[in-house]
Ligand binder design. Structure first.
Ligand SMILES: Cc1cc2nc3c(=O)[nH]c(=O)nc-3n(C[C@H](O)[C@H](O)[C@H](O)COP(=O)(O)OP(=O)(O)OC[C@H]3O[C@@H](n4cnc5c(N)ncnc54)[C@H](O)[C@@H]3O)c2cc1C
Length: 573
């Protein structure tokens, strides 16, 4: 395979909000930057699809200031409802300070945010803390287009449709990465003083997920194998609001948040026609994904819905004009010939976002020298675009400062190892061959069956066993049909599978260890929130099959739950 070598100061891997904003910030600080994106810039992962900028706002641009958060209800709600009391509260406090900065900066960069004639930012009716309305509510695409054009304008070098495969280590330091350009079939050996990983969520591990195929866990796997700790990866947000059938439409989100500029919401009905959930039920908890799941669970237990369908989203109480103008769903329904006033859409549960990720300090540094994290890959338990942008700016600052202190180190052994791995994959000629996509599908179905929202010790064990069986019996049979290196998606799939297997197993191991339920994490054999023993994060490091497990107390500087133990299905967090 052709190998192209690069040298840079800051290497950023991940080409959406977290990656592009980190690259822009590092470049603005004068660093030499190289940006890698597995998909087209701003078009993979979840950033382009996100709808709303949440957060507080003011009419005038304000200088970020230290706010006393001791009695700040919005902040406390965020810790409770977003982070389920697992977020480091001093970290969250720092990210919070970005609320005032972010959308003013976005407006300056050209995002059209709706304002009233008096200059106030338009938000969902009546919500002090609520979605801010960009044109049509689909802020993600607008922000991605702005970031992308800024990357082009500033001539920051980038590689698109190129996937980070492994990090280069030199002793205890990360000193670069090997990247596979799967369209051209070339390998890139990139030596860097600092590396920022921004590979996003990993919900492609489940057969129902809001992910794109790039979200295969590469970021978690690369960081873990380089010696970083993963934290809280058992906390996976599911939601109830995606189309049940066909599966290909499952990203068509029947968003339960208020339609921007109104307080009108989608309602969910069970199979008996009874309404059981709507987005105004928990105003402080928007988006209330795990609360939807609890509400649905009660219906399932009563035999009035199923995880994979038998319940319905209704837009009947929303002004059709608002649906058409301020949501993406309106056009979608129109094209299907559905009438939002009378037709309901069958929904099913879907894996959506990780709360945990790679463990970081307040400067977005991992415990491995030279390795920094940006965006939803980080174990922050809060996420959302504003947090992502704060993390990106912070990671860029830390990475540039680190780069200024160290010399470039070039270790050539990683590229030889990747070459050997790729040759082995390409040359494999087993007797009963199967394609990489079949292996991936098996893994995703297994995770969907055993590691969905409804888990127990037994299903977790079955998942671990199933993953090991895939590793032992299916991987040796894997064959790539085309040896042509150009646009070889099968080769990319084959490379992704080992990361997917590793990350899936680590998620199972973390889940096995958390003997309670909390937030997004539900174990039917431990159906209670255990604040006495579990205001802790599970950190994993070392080997995949037998990782070192470290329990870390959460930093509860501002707010802690009132109860010691609570019934999971009725408690609010
Ligand atoms: C469907 C969905 C909707 C959401 N809606 C909202 C919303 O309305 N408002 C909000 O504030 N937040 C929302 N979020 C939360 C979201 O996490 C953040 O807002 C933000 O968009 C995440 O950005 P990111 O860059 O961290 O991740 P992503 O946008 O997922 O980007 C990850 C990037 O990394 C790339 N990548 C992955 N692996 C590799 C590799 N090996 N090598 C190179 N590149 C790689 C991917 O191609 C992608 O470009 C949503 C999340 C999801 C999943």
């Amino acid at each position: 395979m052709a190998i192209i070598t690069h040298e840079t100061e800051v290497l950023v891997i991940g080409g959406s909000a977290g990656g592009m904003y980190a690259a822009l910030n590092a470049h603005a600080m004068g660093a030499k930057v190289l940006l890698i994106s597995k998909a087209l810039l701003g078009r993979g992962g979840c950033s382009a699809t996100f709808g709303y900028i949440g957060g507080t706002h003011s009419k005038e641009k304000q200088i970020p200031q230290v706010i006393d958060l001791t009695d700040n209800k919005s902040f406390h709600d965020k810790i409770k409802y977003y982070g389920h009391y697992l977020a480091d509260q001093e970290f969250a406090e720092k990210a919070w300070s970005y609320n005032e900065t972010f959308y003013h900066r976005m407006e300056e960069m050209g995002l059209y945010i709706r304002r009233t004639d008096d200059g106030d930012v338009v938000t969902s009716g009546g919500f002090g803390y609520g979605p801010i309305s960009a044109k049509l509510g689909t802020s993600g695409k607008g922000i991605m287009d702005i970031f992308r054009s800024q990357i082009f304008r500033r001539q920051i070098p980038y590689l698109e449709e190129s996937s980070g495969v492994t990090l280069i280590r030199s002793g205890e330091r990360v000193t670069g990465a090997i990247v596979f350009d799967y369209m051209k079939g070339t390998l890139h050996e990139i030596h860097a003083k600092s590396v920022i990983l921004a590979c996003g969520h990993v919900n492609w591990l489940w057969d129902r997920g809001t992910a794109t195929r790039e979200q295969a866990g590469n970021g978690l796997a690369m960081a873990f194998h380089a010696g970083a700790e993963l934290a809280g990866i058992e906390q996976v947000w599911w939601h109830i609001a995606d189309v049940a059938n066909p599966k290909a439409w499952m990203r068509s989100h029947m968003y339960p948040n208020p339609i921007p500029m109104t307080s009108e919401v989608v309602e969910f009905y069970n199979s008996d026609g009874e309404m059981f959930f709507h987005g105004n039920m928990f105003r402080a908890a928007q988006p209330s994904y795990y609360l939807q799941c609890k509400a649905l669970t009660r219906q399932i237990k009563a035999g009035k819905a199923r995880p994979d369908g038998g319940y319905y989203a209704s837009f009947g109480k929303i002004d059709p004009y608002n649906i058409r103008e301020y949501s993406t769903v309106g056009r979608y329904m129109e094209k299907l010939g559905l009438d939002p006033k009378s037709d309901m859409i069958e929904c099913a549960m879907t894996s959506h976002q990780q709360r945990g990720g790679v463990a970081i300090d307040h400067g977005m540094a991992t415990r491995v020298e030279g390795l920094f994290i940006s965006g939803s890959l980080a174990a922050d338990f809060i996420t959302g675009i504003i947090t992502v942008a704060w993390e990106a700016e912070t990671a860029a600052r830390s990475a540039v400062n680190h780069a200024r202190k160290v010399t470039l180190f070039k270790n050539g052994s990683a590229i030889r190892e990747v070459e050997r791995r790729f040759s082995k994959l390409l040359e494999a000629a087993p007797r009963n061959p199967i394609g990489p996509s079949a292996v991936k599908e098996q893994l995703r179905q297994l995770m969907g069956r055993e590691m969905n929202y409804f888990k127990s010790g037994e299903s977790i064990e079955r998942a671990i066993e199933g993953l090991r069986e895939i590793r032992n019996t299916m991987l040796p049979r894997m064959q790539i049909s085309s040896k042509n290196l150009v646009s070889n998606y099968e080769l990319l799939d084959a490379v992704d599978i080992s990361d997917m297997l590793d990350v899936a197993e680590l998620i199972c191991i973390a889940s096995r260890n958390r003997t309670e339920s909390r937030g997004a994490f539900y174990r039917s054999d431990y159906p209670f929130v255990d604040n006495k023993n579990w205001l802790k994060n599970i950190h994993l490091s070392g080997n995949v099959s037998d990782p070192t497990i470290r329990l870390k107390d959460v930093n509860l500087k501002y707010v802690r739950p009132a109860d010691e133990r609570a019934d999971f299905l009725t408690t609010e967090y």
